[in-house]
Design a protein around this ligand. Sequence first.
Ligand SMILES: [Fe+2]
Ligand SMILES: [Fe+2]
Length: 216
Amino acid sequence: MNDAEELLRAALLKVPAGLAEHVIRVLEEARRLAEIHGVDRHAVTIAALAHDLLRAHSDERLLTIAEEQGYELDPADRLAPILLHGPLAVPILQERYGIMDGDVLGAVAFHTTANEGMTPLQKVLFIADKIEPQKRERAAEVQRVAELAETDLDAAMLAYLDYHVRVALKSGWPLHSHTVAARNELLATHESGTHRRAAEAAEDSGQRTGDSGQYL
Ligand SMILES: [Fe+2]
Ligand SMILES: [Fe+2]
């Protein structure tokens, strides 16, 4: 275990128990997906342990940190400050945890909204966060994302983002510009027939949505 991993595991002891348990489930899921997709185990370990470092912060605190960091807010960040807990962790991970790997920092930054240009590590963390066993149980669509992730990270990303957009429309949630950019990129690069069939299957599978689409 290196210094950053030790510090992150120690930090987990200070967050609410339910959040720490979620992080450990994401870690296990991310390591499993990393193994399948040839992603570095150490990098995925650090990214998973770090991803929700700021998740327990209130909206007010996140907005204050954003101002302190001079972080440029997307309109969706103002409407749903919870989305900021990914990107705002980056300077803290650099300064207090000595994490300098851009791929790992990007994984943490993008786990709330996704983004265009995501790497395999970043997709593995994003998906692992959404399909960890407790979330998977809540919606058939998320179960489908988990199945796709066994063989095709991009198909899983696209299926999850489609699901998120449907839930956002139903629930009146804002869509972050990074989420739209991520989905457009995947639509442009992923085989469209496969995606259309998957979208139709998701539509057919029912209207259960649960709340697992809320915090990307
Ligand atoms: Fe998170
Ligand atoms: Fe998470």
